[in-house]
Design a protein around this ligand. Structure first.
Ligand code: FES
Ligand code: FE
Length: 435
């Protein structure tokens, strides 16, 4: 049997400007200026968002040749396209003539993006294919040199597409490290490939982006902050005691490598993939049970039980969250200023699921996870409240992130997952400079 050592015995202490990872006594503290300082954000753009693999979109969003989605990824307007041969591209949405956005629609299907400024036209793989009065350009003008630019690297794992502006980045497969196991658990929920369902959530929070990283897998806040949601589920017939240590079963937190981390547990709510609870309605019970039988047929009993029953909240460094709970959501976010972040979230579902299961899933996407639902507004208020609080003492105040740091097996409501994030953050932003 493997004996697991607590972090305090595995990980060396560090004492930097922003992080105190102390021993004797054990403590993990984060300096609160990291949430409010413009210079820190400038450094994060350079050392994190321009170095790491950044999530762009799910390939199911562009299923057909010449489909495209236009969105902003880590501050850069991009086009996520499938060319006429079926290959996926990420192109910067900036004309190579004088810079206008070549696409002003949010999504669609087109053979060409025609820039509205002077009508240069580009194919969905980025080639400059037409322009008015080409004869006006000097001899030797090269269309090929004027194709749409894009990030140096674009790679996908099980339909999740990422970009990296840094040509020497390690392959995505290596970067994802232990996160792949959990992406597989998500992808394996469908025999034909999970798809992003129509519609998305987009909202802003007046708080620092790293607060959303922490919140997205913080089990400690669930009972106090989400009382309303849990009360509603209880009123609908689910067994929820409102007690962290009994409501969450098989609760663990794991460091997945490269700053990624996950919390796993069996939560008290139902899951439309294959775990029925009374709040889902009696009519859905046979459908959800059938869905479980299908999973057993494809994956066997053990894997099917894991797919059905393992709730997890995973953060892939730096700004992707996959929450596999009462629905599956993909959430990505980016700081506009130290005190303002923008969030995009999508729901991921098996295309073969029944309309009744999809109804339950959509309802969860709205009622728990939506910006106007019963839970996310409470999370957002907590984040904004922290951010307001920092104004009182930004240079001197420290946040305490030390729960469970001397446990061999920290739980979902401890804070190993946040420490995993902060250690990686410090490696990149501070370069392990000791103070
Ligand atoms: Fe696009 Fe001129 S800026 S054609
Ligand atoms: Fe929450």
């Amino acid at each position: 049997m493997t004996v697991r050592l607590p972090e305090t015995q595995r990980i060396p202490p560090r004492r930097t400007r922003y992080i105190r990872d102390e021993r004797d006594p054990n403590a993990f503290l984060v300096q609160r200026s990291v949430f409010v300082d413009d210079a820190v954000l400038a450094r994060e753009r350079e050392a994190i968002f321009n170095r790491c693999w950044i999530y762009v979109g799910h390939e199911s969003e562009i299923p057909n040749p010449n489909d495209f989605v236009a969105r902003t990824v880590a501050g850069r307007p991009v086009l996520f396209t499938r060319d006429k041969e079926g290959h996926v591209h990420v192109l910067y949405n900036a004309c190579t003539h004088r810079g206008a956005e070549v696409c002003r629609e949010r999504r669609g299907n087109t053979r060409r993006f025609r820039c509205f400024y002077h009508s240069w036209s580009f194919s969905t793989d980025g080639r400059l294919v037409a322009m008015p009065d080409e004869e006006g350009y000097p001899e030797g003008f090269d269309r090929e040199a004027h194709r749409l630019r894009g990030p140096a690297r674009v790679e996908s794992y099980r339909g999740f597409c990422f970009m990296n502006v840094h040509a020497d980045a390690e392959p995505l497969d290596e970067y994802l490290a232990g996160a792949k196991y959990y992406l597989d658990l998500t992808a394996d929920q469908s025999a034909t490939g999970m798809v992003v369902t129509p519609g998305a959530h987009e909202y802003s929070i007046k708080a620092n982006w790293k607060l959303l990283v922490e919140n997205s897998f913080d089990g400690y806040h669930a009972i106090p902050v989400h009382k309303t949601y849990l009360d509603v589920q209880r009123a609908r017939g689910d067994e929820i005691a409102g007690n962290t240590s009994t409501d969450w079963k098989q609760s663990h937190a794991y460091d997945l490598g490269n700053g990624h981390a996950v919390t796993v547990k069996e939560a008290p709510w139902g899951r439309p993939i294959a775990r029925w609870k009374p709040s889902m309605g009696a009519d859905t019970k046979p459908i959800i049970e059938e869905s479980y039988r299908r999973l057993v047929e494809v994956h066997g009993e053990e894997r099917a039980a894991e797919i059905a029953n393992l709730d997890f909240n995973m953060h892939i460094f730096p700004n992707l969250v996959v929450n596999n709970i009462m629905a599956v959501i993909i959430r990505t976010f980016y700081p506009l200023t130290p005190g303002l972040l923008h969030v995009n979230a999508w729901s991921l579902a098996p295309p073969e699921e029944s309309p009744a299961a999809r109804r339950v899933r959509n309802e969860s996407f709205l009622s728990f996870l939506g910006p106007a639902g019963l839970a996310t507004p409470d999370d957002n208020e907590a984040l904004e409240s922290c951010h307001r609080g920092y104004a009182s003492d930004p240079g001197e105040g420290w946040s305490d992130v030390s729960r469970g740091m001397d446990f061999p097996e920290p739980r979902n409501w401890d804070e190993l997952q946040m420490r995993t994030f902060w250690r990686r953050w410090s490696d990149l932003v501070e370069g392990m400079v000791e103070y």
